[in-house]
Design a protein around this ligand. Structure first.
Ligand code: MN
Length: 435
């Protein structure tokens, strides 16, 4: 990655600041700020480069017109459609602008309007997400959940052969910081003879990574593993909120539906895959006795990602008492059985046309230890082992007022660590009419 070794002139990017948003990262997102409508920005340290203003100021004139126009869009889709060569040109030019010791941006008369403090912007969903698919790629998560619901047969016979997923809902994807209303729905408590309708009693988070698709494929035209790898633009933290009681009652025989489609939170900042070269690991990880992936899911150059991920929680009472959020769990994306390229190649393998801005998420990221379980269902073993919070209360599932924050970090190309953009959401009480 060119320019990664040089330093930016932005003070908050100095190596000792430890914020994880240096020149070797440059995540992109869609934001709004006072006096300016929704637009794209690239984060550097504690500042945001307004791509629309920068383009208008002629700072990207070295790019082709088609590429420049995508920088004036409010969402990422047009840029995503251009593919990896165009993405490299945008990021190479951005690094030039932010690293040149003296030059066009640093001395620009409108610099104060082209660069904004990050606390002055409000993040939106980064792309218009037409379709969202959620996979189930963690062996540990699938085995844990399977053992709760099917103790004799935890891992179904297809699981190590086919990346399991379900089609989620694009319309209810919300950006980090958006409150999440507890859903009401049909559930059937274990001791009840009839199902009932009302607020979910087992709200859960799911710690996941989501991948934004770049150029699409024509319908009927599958993607090879290497094509899939080239078309993954970037990664962001995703919370696939889940109502476990609704899920348990509705999921057979067609899979999750209303238990998951009421809200999915995504981070505001998308880390480009090109910034994760130092985090790439040979993939997929397999144990002795596991089936080899089928040819359409195999590539000698396939990769997984060494990304540390964490879940933090702060209850309403903790906020009231001035207590900081505490960590609920931490894991690593490298523990996943299916890689991002395998998920995308599989998605298109039957001829499904993927489109720029489609989102596919990994499924709950759980590791082999109890502390690395990525949802409450596993952490409390379906409520059998409640977790204590520092405010003196305990949790089987999430309560109203609980704020869940997902964090992540990965090795960067310049030797330090990159911070993934946070993904946070607070549970609000169910709609009064359904209470
Ligand atoms: Mn999920």
């Amino acid at each position: 990655m060119s320019g990664a070794a040089s330093e930016s002139w932005i003070p908050s990017t100095r190596a000792d600041s430890g914020r994880g948003f240096g020149l070797d990262h440059l995540p992109i997102g869609s934001f709004a700020a006072e006096g300016r409508g929704r637009r794209l920005g690239i984060r550097i340290g504690d500042e945001v480069l307004d791509l629309s203003r920068a383009e208008e100021a002629g700072l990207f004139s070295s790019l082709g017109e088609h590429e420049r126009m995508t920088l004036r869009e409010p969402v990422l889709n047009a840029l995503l459609a251009l593919g990896s060569h165009a993405w490299s040109r945008v990021w190479d030019r951005t690094r030039e602008l932010l690293s040149a010791p003296c030059g066009t941006l640093r001395e620009h008369p409108d610099r104060g309007s082209i660069m904004l403090p990050v606390w002055g912007v409000s993040m939106r969903v980064p792309a218009h997400i037409g379709d969202y698919t959620d996979f189930y790629a963690s062996l540990h998560h699938a085995t844990n959940v399977g053992s709760m619901f099917r103790p004799d047969n935890p891992l179904l016979p297809n699981w190590k052969h086919v990346p399991i997923g379900y089609h989620g809902r694009g319309s209810s994807i919300v950006p980090t910081g958006t409150p999440v209303r507890r859903p009401s729905g049909q559930r059937k408590p274990p001791d009840a003879t009839e199902p009932l309708f009302g607020p979910s009693q087992s709200m859960d988070h799911e710690l996941e990574l989501g991948f934004l698709v770049g150029p699409g494929n024509a319908q009927g035209q599958p993607l090879t593993m290497d094509e899939a790898s080239q078309r993954i633009f970037g990664v962001m933290l995703v919370n696939d909120w889940s109502a476990r009681d609704i899920q348990a009652w509705e999921y057979q025989p067609l899979g999750p539906f209303l238990a998951k489609n009421f809200a999915t939170s995504v981070a505001g900042w998308v880390t480009p895959i090109s910034a994760l070269n130092a985090a790439k690991r040979p993939g997929p990880p397999r144990s002795a006795g596991d089936p080899a992936p089928m040819p359409y899911l195999s590539s000698p150059s396939d990769w997984g990602l060494d990304i540390d991920v964490q879940v933090w929680i702060q209850s309403a009472l903790m906020r009231e008492k001035g207590m900081a959020a505490v960590q609920l769990s931490s894991g690593n994306y490298g523990d996943m059985f299916w890689t991002p390229s395998q998920m995308l190649a599989h998605h298109a393998s039957g001829g499904c046309n993927m489109q720029p801005g489609d989102l596919f998420a990994s499924g709950t990221i759980s590791g082999p230890t109890k502390g690395s379980r990525g949802c409450m269902l596993e952490l409390t073993w379906r409520g059998a082992e409640p977790m204590a919070l520092p405010d003196g209360t305990e949790r089987k599932f999430l309560l109203d007022g609980d704020e869940v924050t997902l964090r992540g970090s990965a090795p960067g190309c310049a030797g330090g660590r990159l911070s993934l953009g946070e993904c946070t959401g607070r549970i609000e009480p169910a709609c009064a009419a359904n209470g």
